[in-house]
Write a protein that binds this ligand. Sequence first.
Ligand code: DOR
Ligand code: ZN
Length: 364
Amino acid sequence: MSVHRLFDTVSAASRASNCAVTIRRPDDWHIHLRDGETLKAVLPFTTAQFARGIIMPNLVPPVTTTQAAAAYRDRILAARPEGSDFTPFMTCYLTDETSSDDIERGFQERIWIAAKLYPAGATTNSSHGVTSLKRISSVLERMERIGMPVLIHGETIDPQVDIFDREAIFIERDLLPLMARHQGLRIVLEHATTTESVDVVRANAARMAATITPHHLIINRTSLFQGGLRPHLYCLPVAKHERHRLALRRAATSGDRCFFIGTDTAPHIRSRKEATCCAAGIFSGATALQTYVQVFDEEEALDRFEAFASLNGARFHGIPPNTGTITLERKPSRVIAEVGVEDEEIIVFRGGESLPWSISGVSP
Ligand code: DOR
Ligand code: ZN
């Protein structure tokens, strides 16, 4: 299936001429690398595209201590392909028991650069997450004081709320009150999927940003049912109505500082996806940049691609942009369909397709 072709907005003819774009090397501000054999299998795809990245802490068990974060960082560094200079930035998984002193120590010692807030049970490996935002008020207060950002999975965990409304309801019931309680807290609303998210981020851009995934720019909720149920397009937050996808495309390609890359690449082996109860997560690590640049091309916004891919996120996190460059070319190339892990495989987002854009070179 060719998902992206369903939604192409510009005719192929208008993009027929050759084109190449060179930008500073980009960073991925939201990555699931897992651990062990999966880490080894998926990491080379991320390092081929991105210079640095924020690593999600939802391992089993989750990364809740400085010691666990430092050990995980060492395993990632050791798993990098030969010659890779990829830098992982670690995060702390917030629980009801997180201590403010531990949070601050890890931040001051540069073990982690942010904390991840999963509402308990909202998504994959989030059962140790926060059961009530008020319970972690003192931690958030400390983070506010030391300038440490919180990365929020913004979905309500109220089971009565329709799954397509969980992000918008979270904003109304949880996020806005939290922002009123912590007026200086720096916040990233992760994997934004709705117009409501785009609006709240824009309105609070002085201290707030959103990451946007490649898949939410390409698929809408109908794509999940295209010719049958598509487990490999299921992630959380789930893809929404077409009007939200269009709003995300406008936000990403606006060049506004408050929007940047966060692929949310989230590998699961095939048997966990093609299952009675399919795990949430899309493995976009191998095709993320080709997808993003295609979207910018379709929206006639290639001149704003570097801001979204390589500048805005670094600025938000107070880190200098990368000095090397990457070149992408409007030249079709077929991407791999799957990645082997032990005796199973992980299906690649848009894998096996001929994508209109390719990565043609990286200079570090
Ligand atoms: O689809 C998702 N998969 N969303 C998340 O928030 C977590 C992720 C995972 O870890 O698989
Ligand atoms: Zn994620």
